[in-house]
Design a binder for this molecule. Structure first.
Ligand code: RIB
Ligand code: CA
Length: 308
């Protein structure tokens, strides 16, 4: 039985790699892809989800949700990494879909129609899931589980010294989702950033004769340019692909139960994920957190998945 999932994402180049893995994976039934403001502003995230689906042309078309701006006055995008268009400035032209439902409505509708069956994979800020919880109080009890790329166990951030980008974009929503009474798995930056991809990753992509190769060969090269120019790095991290892998090949990861909260106030720490590490305490664990990944196996699994 295929695993039914909703992918909530902010494409973004690494989101695009994860979508390319998911939309053709025989073990997944992608019920919906919902856009969320993050790497790029809401309207662009919505357009980019449409673009990715059109470029990949998957065997089964998922429903699609439109993003709306988050409520965070500190929000800033990550176009410096993903390009002015969020997709490596590849210049895709996408038809404007007028029939648009809000992401949080799509999420609520699909979960209500299949209680206990749908897992939500969050590859961007947690705005849409928090809004779905606010929209329908009984929504969360019908969700099978939530898998999130976000946060930082060791307290080292990427968008600030202390905050990982997805949590930083909307700390209030992250705090709300972290407290939700549902099974939650967090794949933090400490894990996803261990799996580095060198420039030869491009050569290992499928060739242009298939939609995944044709699409990713247009967007992925930009990531190497931005990591080099902006971060001084010669290899890249494909965070969302590793987060998705936890669903596809859980044996590559080791999870631990932790009590985790989100700083929503600190001048230097807003968006920081705070783990209760005092051994003497016996806190209520609210997250399963990936603490170990088989790095080389994960890298190979991403490449193999893109060829499946
Ligand atoms: O911090 C990395 C995360 O933020 C990834 O999901 C990336 O796509 C951005 O959304
Ligand atoms: Ca993302």
């Amino acid at each position: 039985m295929a695993r039914r999932i909703i992918l909530d994402c902010d494409p973004g180049i690494d989101d695009s790699v994860a979508l390319s893995m998911a939309l053709f994976h025989r073990s997944l039934d992608i019920v919906a892809i919902t856009a969320v403001e993050g790497n790029v502003p809401a309207e662009m995230a919505t357009r980019n989800v449409q673009t990715v689906i059109e470029q990949l042309d998957p065997p089964r078309l998922p429903r699609f949700g439109a993003a709306t701006p988050n409520d965070n006055s500190d929000y800033r995008d990550a176009c410096f990494i993903h390009g002015r268009d969020g997709l490596g400035e590849a210049g895709f032209v996408t038809a404007d879909h007028h029939q648009r439902h809000l992401s949080e409505k799509i999420i609520c509708d699909e979960v209500r129609a299949a209680p206990g069956e749908i897992s939500i994979v969050c590859l961007g800020p947690l705005t849409n899931v928090a809004r779905a919880m606010q929209r329908e109080p009984q929504f969360i009890e019908n969700v099978a589980e939530i898998i999130m790329m976000g946060g930082s166990f060791n307290g080292i951030g990427n968008i600030t010294q202390t905050a990982e980008f997805n949590i930083y974009c909307d700390p209030e929503s992250a705090r709300e989702v972290f407290q939700a009474p549902v099974k939650k798995i967090l794949i933090p930056l400490d894990i996803t950033s261990q799996v580095q991809f060198a420039l030869n990753f491009i050569d290992m992509l499928p060739d242009e004769t298939n939609s995944v190769g044709a699409f990713l060969r247009q967007v992925v090269p930009y990531l190497f340019r931005s990591y080099h120019q902006q971060l001084g790095l010669e290899s890249v991290q494909i965070h969302d692909a590793i987060a998705l892998l936890q669903l596809l090949e859980p044996e590559l990861f080791e999870l631990e139960a932790w009590a985790v909260d989100v700083e929503v106030k600190g001048e230097l720490t807003r968006g920081m994920t705070v783990f209760e590490k005092r051994r003497s305490r016996n806190p209520a664990h609210n997250l399963e957190v990936a603490r170990v990944v088989d790095v080389s196996a994960a890298r190979q699994a991403v490449i193999k998945c893109l060829h499946s």
